[in-house]
Structure formats: structure tokens, C-alpha cells
Design a protein around this ligand. Structure first.
Ligand SMILES: Cc1cc2nc3c(=O)[nH]c(=O)nc-3n(C[C@H](O)[C@H](O)[C@H](O)COP(=O)(O)OP(=O)(O)OC[C@H]3O[C@@H](n4cnc5c(N)ncnc54)[C@H](O)[C@@H]3O)c2cc1C
Length: 376
């Protein structure tokens, strides 16, 4: 095969959702990934939380696409038997001083169209979560958890049902702009050979490599490519039964680079803590070798504020994920960047930058947006 309608670079949750969307509209889609399997980077290194859409600035893409994506995702899970659970989330003010932040969150949520938050007194929280130490809180009943691997498989399966196909070990190298469409050079990472394919539409959903890929697409205005910052988050797992039934989030850190050391559950009921926020210079998923003890001590200190009974011996290094951020540690909120011809100057191309959280929740809404961008 030397020609397809659409090539999607990157088989993470966003690339797969986009591929599924185009395939439903009778486009033949090829999804390529430099790794052997789908979803081996950020999409399998996150909290697997279906977010409510609460924290993001009004009218931002993160707010709009999270709220829309959440309802699309719940529908998708039901339709395709993807395991999920609406466990609900408690956002907690641990001290009275933090109470005012809950009020701010409530207003932000309403502005974003999230109308189901319930306020909780200290007493109500105790009934809901007897092991939780907090002054007051908010309950988000529509927050849930999902099996992200089965979700990605369901997207791939749907794309394949509609004539799409995935090829792993295939690294995007370069795109030459043709009179109509693109001629792509793709490297086979197993035998280092190169091949060419032509496509009419090109989608760059390469996550942590999206900026690098954009630089290798002929015609893209280089000034339209935003600076990328790697921001690692660490997770610690906890042995034994979870003390909580809900996801527990302390009020977020002031600049929203992270949501605080929160506690989440997976569908097997296993509890984990994190992620924290650590800017790094290169993609490195390892826990910091020298600072491991220091990091654990920081986690214990943060968790003790809302769960004083934690036994530090049961807390163990889990895994990490890296956020492709568009803001440095010193800068304020930056939104998802979904750029089309009007930003980068190339017809038939969409570049996706900075798809950090809530990218998993937003994936189906991002796909809708991308489809409209090139097929309106
Ligand atoms: C710590 C952490 C916690 C998070 N928690 C949540 C959460 O609870 N809920 C939520 O909604 N979101 C969460 N997110 C965000 C969510 O995980 C991401 O937004 C989402 O996974 C991004 O998907 P993606 O497809 O854009 O990127 P990726 O999953 O990174 O996929 C990009 C793919 O592109 C491939 N690629 C790169 N370069 C090339 C190339 N040259 N050629 C071919 N392929 C290439 C990569 O191999 C990769 O598979 C979290 C993120 C992090 C880091």
C-alpha cells in the first residue's frame, strides 16, 4: 500500500481516538507508532481518572473538551464494554484556611458547566470516609476511573473494523508537502529500513515528541511550534486494603501545575498516591536514584495531612508518567494547543501540543475537534 486518506502519528489514547473518528467517517486511516504496541508512553502512565472538568479556566479547551469528553467517554465505555466505575471524588480542605479554595472551585466548576458538585461538612465527610482527616469538602459524583488499556484496544478495534490499521515499530521521520497531501518517510525501527507513503490528511499526535515531529513537516511555520517542558509525576502504591472508597484530592496547588498528592484507586481497588510535579530535562521514567528516600518522605508528609494513620512501610515506589507541558515551572496555565492551517500554514495537517491531563478524559472530544478542523 502506498496511499491512504489519513495518517495519524502516535498510537496513544489521543491518536487512537482520532483514528477511530476518521474511520467512522469512511476515511482509510493508518496509525503509526515508534513503539511495538499501542499506548506505551503517557497513555499507560497516568491516573486513569475520568475527570469532571472542574479546575480549568472558563472557556479553555481543557474545560470544554474535558466536560464534553467525559460524557462521550462514559457512553463509549457502556457501548463497548470498557471497564469503568463512577467512584466519585472528594476534594478536601484539610484546614479551615483552605475552605475558601473550595468556594473558588465550586464557582469554577459551575462556570465550566459542572453542576453536580455537592458541598460536604466535616461530619458528612466522616460518614462518607471515616479514615479521612479533613475540615470540609466537595463531592464530585461524576468523577470515575477507567481501564485505559481496554479503552485504547476498543478504539483500535473500531478503527480496524472500519478498514483502518495500526503499524508498530514505525517512526515518523519526515513529511514532504505535495500539491495535494503529503509524502511521508517512515522508519522501521526493527530493521532500520525506510519507506514512503502518501496521505491527504496528516495528524501529529506524537505526545512528548509532537514538537520534534512538527519540525520535520515541510512548510510548518516554526514559530507556531510551542516550547515543550517535560514534567514528571511519581506514583507510590500502598500495600493492603484502601482506607478510602472515593478518590481523595486535597485542594490543588495554587498555579495548577499539579493537583496535589492525591489518592486514587484502580478498578481492582488498589490505592496509589501521586503524581507529584517535577520538571526534568529529558524523557526519563526512572525514579530519581539518589533522592528516593527524600521523595518518599515528601509523599508521607503530604498524605499524613489527610490520612494521619498511614504506615510509611507499606508505601512503595510505583511508576512515573511525564506531562508534555507548554508552561515552565514559573509560568501560569497554558491550554491544549490543537493547531491547524490557520496557525501553522499547512492545509490538511493538525498538530497537537501539550496534551497533558485531562487528555485521557478529553480524548473523544479532541477527536471530534480535530475531525472538524480538517473536514468541515
Ligand atoms: C502523570 C500523569 C497523570 C495523568 N492522569 C490523567 C488522568 O487521570 N486523567 C486524564 O484524563 N488524563 C491524565 N493524564 C493525561 C493523559 O495521560 C494524556 O493526556 C494522554 O495519555 C495523552 O495521550 P497522547 O496520545 O497524546 O500521548 P501518548 O500516549 O504519549 O502517545 C503518543 C504516541 O506517539 C508516539 N510517537 C512519538 N514520536 C513518534 C514518531 N516520531 N513516530 C511514531 N510515533 C511516535 C509515542 O510512541 C506514543 O505512543 C495524565 C498524564 C500524566 C503524565
Amino acid at each position: 500500500m502506498d496511499k491512504v486518506d489519513v495518517v495519524v502519528i502516535g498510537a496513544g489514547v489521543v491518536g487512537l481516538a482520532i483514528a477511530q473518528k476518521f474511520s467512522l467517517h469512511h476515511k482509510q486511516v493508518l496509525i503509526i507508532d515508534k513503539n511495538e504496541q499501542v499506548g506505551q508512553e503517557t497513555s499507560s502512565r497516568n491516573s486513569e481518572v475520568i475527570h469532571g472538568g472542574i479546575y480549568y479556566p472558563q472557556d479553555s479547551l481543557k474545560a470544554q473538551l474535558c466536560v464534553r469528553g467525559k460524557s462521550l467517554l462514559y457512553e463509549h465505555c457502556q457501548q463497548y464494554n470498557v471497564p469503568f466505575k463512577k467512584v466519585g471524588k472528594c476534594i478536601v480542605a484539610i484546614t479551615q484556611q483552605e475552605q475558601s479554595q473550595l468556594n473558588d472551585i465550586l464557582i469554577k466548576a459551575k462556570n465550566n458547566g459542572v453542576l453536580d458538585l455537592e458541598t460536604l461538612s466535616g461530619g458528612q465527610l466522616k460518614t462518607l470516609e471515616p479514615n479521612l482527616h479533613a475540615h470540609s469538602g466537595l463531592l464530585s459524583p461524576s468523577t470515575g476511573i477507567i481501564n485505559s488499556h481496554e479503552y485504547m484496544q476498543s478504539l483500535l478495534w473500531q478503527a480496524e473494523e472500519n478498514d483502518g490499521f495500526f503499524v508498530g515499530n514505525s517512526e515518523f521521520i519526515h513529511a514532504e508537502k505535495k500539491q495535494s497531501g503529503f509524502s511521508l518517510t517512515i522508519k522501521n525501527n526493527q530493521d532500520n529500513t525506510h519507506s514512503q507513503i502518501h496521505c491527504d490528511i496528516l495528524i501529529n499526535a506524537a505526545g512528548l515528541n509532537a514538537q520534534q515531529c512538527a519540525q520535520n513537516i515541510e512548510g510548518v511555520h516554526l514559530e507556531s511550534i510551542p516550547t515543550l517542558y517535560y514534567c514528571r509525576g511519581h506514583y507510590f502504591t500502598y500495600q493492603g486494603r484502601s482506607p478510602f472508597q472515593h478518590l481523595i484530592y486535597p485542594v490543588p496547588e495554587k498555579n495548577t501545575t499539579g493537583l496535589g498528592i492525591h489518592s486514587t484507586l484502580d478498578l481492582a481497588g488498589q490505592i496509589k498516591f501521586g503524581p507529584d510535579v517535577q520538571y526534568i530535562n529529558e524523557v526519563d521514567y526512572q525514579f530519581p536514584a539518589n533522592d528516593h528516600g527524600k521523595l518518599k518522605a515528601q509523599f508521607v508528609q503530604a498524605i499524613r495531612r489527610y490520612w494521619p494513620q498511614i504506615n510509611p512501610e507499606k508505601l512503595q515506589a510505583g511508576y512515573t508518567g511525564i506531562r508534555p507541558k507548554l508552561q515552565s515551572s514559573q509560568q501560569a496555565f497554558k491550554d491544549f494547543a490543537i493547531y491547524d492551517e490557520s496557525q501553522h500554514g499547512v492545509a490538511g495537517l493538525v498538530n497537537l501540543f501539550g496534551i497533558e491531563s485531562p487528555g485521557l478524559t478529553s480524548s473523544l472530544a479532541i477527536a471530534e475537534r480535530v475531525y472538524l478542523n480538517v473536514c468541515h
